[in-house]
Write a protein of this length. Sequence first.
Lengths: 204, 218
Amino acid sequence: MPHDHDHGDHDNHLDPMDARVRALETILVRKGLIDPAAVDAIIDTYANKVGPRNGAQVVARAWTDPEFAAWLARDATAAIADMGFTGRQGEHMQAVFNTPDQHNVIVCTLCSCYPWSVLGLPPVWYKSPAYRARVVIEPRAVLAEFGLTLPVSTRIRVWDSTAELRYLVVPMRPEGTEGMDLTALADLVTREAMVGTGLPRLPA
Amino acid sequence: MNGPHDLGGRMGFGPIPLEADEPIFHADWEARALGITLTCGALGHWTLDESRHARESLPPAVYYSASYYEIWERALEALLLRHALVTEDELARGQAAAGEAHPRRLPAARVPAVLASGGPTDRPVATPARFQPGDRVRARLMHPKTHTRMPGYLTGRPGVIEADRGGFVLPDSNAHGGGENPERLYTVVFEAARVWGQGAEPGVTISADLWESYLEPA
């Protein structure tokens, strides 16, 4: 029930979804269908452990280790698992590499499929009807809203995640990053760069 | 089904809702909705394909006005009712009598292993590949009333096979209790101009991963 326990977020008490989800969880726990501690553990995983820093480490390693990059291109699931990133919504991975000629962008027009094991949970924009509807018909206009304007000579490939393959964009390594270590390189790799709606940050 | 979820190419949804420093969850209930959806999925009464179908079966007005996690929560209620795990009365009252633990209730200790292993959907397929990379194909013109992963904007369009991904569970069957019926999956590339016609943005290709029965030679 809404007032039985305090999760410390007062605003949520005004939200009908808050009451609805609490009621459903109460029913499920009472009926022996779920363990609330398992719910806590799932939330902790995606709030604190699995997120876009995973993918950034994969990209930084691909930038610095040609053998790893070749493995990532050939068998992304195995190459990414080698770094310890496996599991739900990352069972079948494909890495797609940006080049000067082709820029890659990922979407799931039918739901919001996203490579959780390397990027964590998807942001609101990725799940929005606007992104899912528009990026396949006007990708250049959509990228411009993200502040990314590509030359007309750069082809755009939009990957619609209609099956269980999950895609990770490997952006091009920015100039001026020679000699930077893996940690510093990974810090340049944003979530948007790995979905294809952005580019890596430039070194300070 | 070409329900409210089948969004590719639709117009009128406005600008992309960008948010600086976006939190992982916007409210506590979103996190709980994620957690209870995954723990209920672990009970094994339905497949991921069936849960996708439950989400896309929400009435369009509900689907478009609901956030992602609200869609998940509403679909979860529908699945729990369909599989007789909860009753309408329990949902209406927000209460239920105590029951014994389900034999497949997910214990917290198993969560890391379950999330780390996931649920691979690749399956062996004995039949030879009908298509080879480079083959010209057409996404079949099809509008099934049941679950499919053929997007409406690609049905009937010509494309080229780029890769044979091997066998995968067929969602069209698996979503409705019809078994996995694995089929070969292909990455198919479409020229934007052949999908959208006049006015398509220049230099754009779109790919989708489509099952063998979704395709025909062109």
